[in-house]
Design a protein around this ligand. Structure first.
Ligand code: DGL
Length: 266
């Protein structure tokens, strides 16, 4: 592993930026190459075959750019194709977001009732549920697909009546179930944190898997002597769809440090 190489990060769109900002917080010296597959967003309604193909193409794109590791900053891709990626490209480490979310949730739950919100494809895969039950067989898992959230976040509409209405629809059953911990099982959702917090109430732990994902990434780089020494802010952002609309939403979440988005064809 070349320590000066960048870290690859990918998602269907702007969601992975919630993981990117955590990389900047925990690993400020690192450089990232971000890929948002906006030509294919939302991933939540895609088939396993499509998701596997997109994951391969994006990983090959990032590897051709010389990344030292790839963070699959998308729960949908992590739940459907992480194992496949690890097997197909053994020369590069991949870090997914499902297992870190589970680890973080199990650390904080007191009543062992955990809610998971995610895309339809992630919920269908039962990735969270299976791993939670493997780690702690007496856990009660409540899941909900939230298809209205991703389009709102892609538009940068993270507050207002539509977001609130969707949050009420999706989160009310969790309140009735008495969960004490909610996993944000889609990287777009941390951008809706205010409305999610308002609806779920102050007593529920909200788990953003990005924190543990980046902690594990740091550990992995450290183990491989792969942490950058020099400070650097030279990050690159690529999308498969329209760079301008991505830039508008991305700036809203990341500020003016994000100046340029390039179009990439896979
Ligand atoms: N942000 C992604 C996830 O974590 C994908 C959302 C989507 O495109 O539906 O699952």
């Amino acid at each position: 592993m070349h320590k000066e190489s960048p870290i690859g990060v990918f998602d269907s769109g702007v969601g992975g930026l919630s993981v990117a900002r955590e990389i900047f917080r925990q690993l400020p010296q690192e450089r990232i190459i971000y890929f948002g597959d906006t030509a294919h967003v939302p991933y939540g309604s895609r088939s396993i075959e499509e998701l596997t193909l997109f994951g391969d193409q994006i990983s090959e794109f990032l590897m051709a750019k010389g990344v030292k590791a790839i963070v699959v900053a998308c729960n949908t891709s992590s739940s459907v194709s992480l194992d496949h990626l690890l097997e197909k490209y053994p020369s590069i480490p991949f870090i997914g977001v499902i297992e870190p979310g589970i680890t973080a949730a199990l650390e904080v739950t007191k009543n062992s009732k955990i809610g998971v919100i995610a895309t339809q494809a992630t919920i269908n895969s039962e990735a969270h549920k299976k791993l939670l039950l493997t780690r702690k067989p007496d856990i009660e898992v409540y899941t909900m697909a939230c298809p209205k959230f991703v389009p709102l976040v892609e538009k940068g509409e993270t507050e207002g009546p539509e977001a609130k209405k969707a949050a009420l629809e999706y989160l009310t059953p969790f309140k009735e179930a008495g969960i004490d911990t909610l996993i944000l099982g889609c990287t777009h959702y941390p951008f809706l944190i205010d409305v999610i917090r308002e609806v779920i109430g102050p007593e529920v732990n909200i788990v953003d898997p990005a924190l543990e994902t980046v902690r594990q990434t740091k550990e992995l780089l450290q183990k491989n002597q792969g942490l950058r020494d020099e400070n650097n802010s030279n990050n690159e952002y690529f999308v498969s769809g329209n760079p301008e609309s991505f830039l508008v939403t991305a700036k809203k979440f990341m500020g003016d440090a994000l100046q340029e988005v390039k179009k990439a064809t896979l």
